[in-house]
Design a protein around this ligand. Structure first.
Ligand code: AMP
Length: 179
């Protein structure tokens, strides 16, 4: 098995990476003081062990996407994307991200329901993972304008591993939206 894949899959995978990796994290909030919650989450990410926030895009507003599609009646989201330089292993990082969501009041009542804070690990270097708890890169990132747009604002040369350049993915999504 590919070593990178195995790294994310085994229970005894190293908790700390030998070299810092570039992680891409999407943050979203559609309840409460959204700006404040996102700012607090960025501070929390920057305070994680062996990690620092290398940049975060200006937040954008987007319509809520539910299981049945975009919902114009649901509270709108504020979304951003941050780059985190970290030596935490992907699964360990995801655990910390879930703790940050919990600290800021996220309740998991309904899949894709409203949430005070949602953190998704979009990519971790070019690591691939496909386990029950972690899929990398994030499987829906390429279909989400609210992820690709702030990511591109942060990094004009961003690449979603296995999918391609973020500017091209975004252009394709927009063209499909207009078709
Ligand atoms: P959500 O409720 O949309 O935040 O989804 C959280 C669930 O997705 C958790 O059970 C995670 O273990 C799982 N998951 C799988 N891959 C990822 C990822 N790349 N980023 C965040 N959560 C993930």
């Amino acid at each position: 098995m590919n070593r990178r894949l195995a790294q994310g899959m085994t229970a005894d995978a190293p908790r700390v990476a030998r070299r810092p990796a570039d992680a891409v994290i999407a943050l979203g909030s559609n309840l409460g003081n959204r700006e404040h919650l996102i700012a607090l989450a960025l501070i929390d990410l920057d305070r994680l062990p062996m990690s620092r926030v290398a940049g975060a895009a200006e937040p954008i507003e987007s319509v809520a996407v539910t299981l049945s599609g975009p919902d114009a009646d649901a509270p709108r989201y504020l979304n951003t994307v941050a780059r985190l330089t970290t030596r935490l292993a992907p699964t360990v990082l995801l655990g910390y991200m879930q703790a940050i969501e919990a600290r800021h009041g996220r309740e998991r009542t309904e899949r894709w329901g409203d949430r005070t804070l949602d953190l998704d690990l979009i990519a971790y270097g070019d690591v691939r993972s496909d386990t029950a708890t972690l899929t990398l890169p994030h499987p829906r990132a390429r279909q989400r304008t609210f992820v690709l747009e702030p990511w591109l604002a942060l990094d004009r040369d961003a690449v979603l591993p296995g999918a391609g350049r973020v500017d091209e993915l975004l252009a394709r999504l927009r063209a499909e939206g207009e078709a």
